[in-house]
Design a protein around this ligand. Structure first.
Ligand SMILES: Cc1ncc(COP(=O)(O)O)c(C=O)c1O
Ligand SMILES: C[C@@H](O)[C@H](N)C(=O)O
Length: 358
């Protein structure tokens, strides 16, 4: 039994705070399928305002938020979506846009900074003159922050450029904004400005904001009314969902201001890891709360053995490949946890036990 646990597997691991639990217990609720749950309506109204969109819809997960958004935009058979080869929709959502929606993915390489080259996106758009053989491009998807590139932020200017390209070709733009609040805080740019060019976005409440469950899709009123129907089709229509939305409202109010500290702790951890023999990472590229690093060949331990060693000291991380590991900071990780984590890494890889690391 370990004396202390520092859970760095993801920002999805946070436990609801006392304030969230109290809000859940006292939530004003009604049947959200038959009409409007008042707490859900409050959350959706707030999220539409924050994102600068006409309407919003609470959904059980970011995966369902992305799936519904893609399927609403690509509601004609033979549709194709352009998305990053390292995007969450393409890698971690069970290929749902294809298996459930029949939508064909066309990937463009994600750059290290999370972007896709705009000229490569344009080159991937199908020529309508080839419609007898090609799928029809209907949607472009971006991801901000781009998680698998290390939580990298897409600028408003870049997003606008992709939006202009989409409009030029009569396409729609969806943004997987699972961590859009992290991007907003890191860039010092309001969420609504980062999403300005998007026709829709899926925003996670259950990541850095620390809500126990849920995401919100935002877009036009017409888009959201079609999304609401598709949510029901997919089994995502919920009854007294205000119990979850009440916690999300607390998260929105209390945890957005904490994201800046999450980013500072991530930077502190990245710079500390960068000093440890056997690890390789680009600490300068850490912009938000996600850190990827490699265990170099010849290190004292392999990545797998390092993860096991860390777990014995209560440090939980995510092994991403035979040589790479991911750690994610969230509001329930303290500076002391960061120092303790660094001391455990040092001890595992160099044998040096630091006293101040507890
Ligand atoms: C970038 C990104 N998009 C979407 C999701 C899906 O969210 P969920 O796990 O709630 O389905 C995640 C998961 O954490 C994610 O990191
Ligand atoms: C692993 C992935 O699905 C999840 N979105 C995370 O970042 O933890």
């Amino acid at each position: 039994m370990v004396a202390r646990t520092v859970d760095l597997r993801s920002d999805t691991v946070t436990k609801p705070t006392a304030a969230m639990r109290a809000a859940m217990a006292n939530a004003e609720v009604d049947d959200d399928v038959l009409g409007y749950d008042p707490s859900a309506l409050r959350l959706e109204t707030e999220m539409a305002k924050v994102t600068g969109k006409e309407a919003a819809l609470f959904v059980p997960s970011g995966t369902m938020g992305n799936l519904i958004s893609v399927l609403v935009h690509c509601n004609i058979r033979g549709s194709e979506v352009i998305l990053g080869n390292n995007s969450h929709i393409h890698i971690y959502e069970n290929g749902g846009i294809s298996t459930i929606g029949g939508v064909h993915p066309r990937t463009v390489k994600n750059n290290d900074d999370g972007t896709m080259d705009v000229d490569l996106i344009e080159a991937a758009i199908r020529d309508p003159r080839g419609e007898i053989v090609y799928p029809t491009t209907r949607l472009i998807c971006l991801e901000n922050t781009q998680a698998n590139c290390g939580g990298r932020c897409l600028s408003a200017e870049y997003t606008d450029k992709v939006g202009e390209l989409a409009k030029k070709h009569g396409l729609k733009l969806h943004i997987d904004g699972a961590r859009i609040f992290n991007a907003s805080i890191a860039l010092g740019v309001p969420v609504h400005r980062l999403l300005q060019a998007a026709d829709s976005a899926s925003v996670c409440l259950s990541k850095g904001l620390g809500a126990p469950v849920g995401s919100v899709i935002v877009g036009s009123k017409s888009f959201i009314s079609r999304a609401r129907i598709l949510r029901k089709t997919l089994g995502g229509g919920m009854r007294q969902v205000g119990i979850l939305c009440a916690a999300a409202l607390v998260a929105l109010r209390e945890n957005v201001p904490k994201l800046e500290d999450d980013h500072k702790k991530a930077k502190m951890l990245a710079e500390g890891l960068n000093q440890i023999k056997g690890l390789r990472l680009n600490a300068a590229a850490v912009e938000t709360n996600i850190i990827f690093f490699n265990v170099v060949e010849g290190a004292k331990l392999t990545a797998e053995k390092l993860c096991k060693n860390l777990e014995q000291h209560g440090i939980l991380v995510m092994q991403e490949s035979p040589t790479s590991i991911r750690v994610v900071i969230h509001h329930q990780i303290s500076e002391s946890d960061v120092q303790y984590t660094l001391s455990c890494f040092k001890q595992a890889l160099t044998g040096v036990k630091e006293e101040n690391g507890n």
